[in-house]
Design a protein around this ligand. Structure first.
Ligand SMILES: [Zn+2]
Ligand SMILES: [Zn+2]
Length: 241
């Protein structure tokens, strides 16, 4: 497209920020489909996070053996990393990812996550990326799995295979609305299985989801992947509650 044609195209079909809907142009510098303000908000996590479970911690917290959220808990994953906390713009974009047309939003967020964290993730010598699956009924209703959109982009950025259906959701577990961590743990027990063609023996897996709340879902998925022979399982999420 010539510059003029592309300019005209912009006038007729301007791009809108995926989070706040302001149109591109008028000096709004867009990046990865987000206006400058929203991009800054989702990529600058102002709060320190626990290096093990990615929960927000106090500025001077000693997290060497975990934080208040994970100390004494035996998560099956080795460590979790996040883009930010489940708040404001990040919360808004995650809600938008769950809409019927949210797949491209999820992919865009996967690219943002990679731009921010892939250099750190590449030090883990990861060998495969697996999304936390939705039960097929929920996936059918939504039309896509947002975790898969994010994970696909991470795998591309890391240059490693993406096992889109490495895990299967065996039960359509109710949304995680349980009040306590142990009730949540009970809720996800036996929720996942490894698909017949997936090979996890000796792998270092990156498990991807949009949100982590108590960590029980990620932990149960990691447990199943390790049972299938994976050496380690790390978790990457957009947001930690
Ligand atoms: Zn915006
Ligand atoms: Zn922690």
């Amino acid at each position: 497209m010539t510059e003029l044609a592309s300019g005209l195209n912009q006038l007729i079909f301007p791009d809108y920020c995926l989070i706040c809907d302001i149109p591109e142009g008028d000096g709004n510098k867009f990046s990865h489909g987000l206006c400058g303000m929203c991009h800054d908000a989702v990529t600058n996590d102002p709060l320190p996070a626990c290096p093990w479970c990615a929960a927000t911690v106090g500025p001077h917290a000693d997290t060497g053996n975990g934080c208040l959220a994970c100390k004494g808990k035996s998560f099956a994953f080795d460590a979790a990393i996040r883009l930010g906390s489940y708040d404001r713009q990040l919360r808004e974009v995650i809600l938008r990812m769950k809409a019927a047309n949210g797949e491209s939003v999820a992919e865009q967020m996967g690219r943002i996550l990679c731009a921010r964290l892939c250099s750190k993730l590449s030090k883990l010598a990861l060998t495969t990326v697996v999304p936390v699956p939705l039960h097929w009924q929920r996936r059918f209703a939504r039309g896509h799995n947002q975790a898969a959109g994010i994970g696909r982009e991470l795998a591309t950025g890391l240059g490693i295979p993406f096992a889109s259906s490495g895990l299967r959701r065996l039960r359509n577990t109710p949304q995680q609305g349980q009040p306590t961590a142990s009730a949540r743990q009970e809720n996800v027990k036996g929720a996942f299985g490894v698909s017949r063609r997936a090979r996890f023996v000796g792998e270092t897996v990156l498990l991807v989801d949009d949100v982590m709340t108590t960590g029980s879902t990620a932990s149960e998925a990691a447990r199943v992947i390790k049972k299938a022979g994976a050496r380690s399982v790390f978790v990457a999420v957009l947001a930690r509650r």
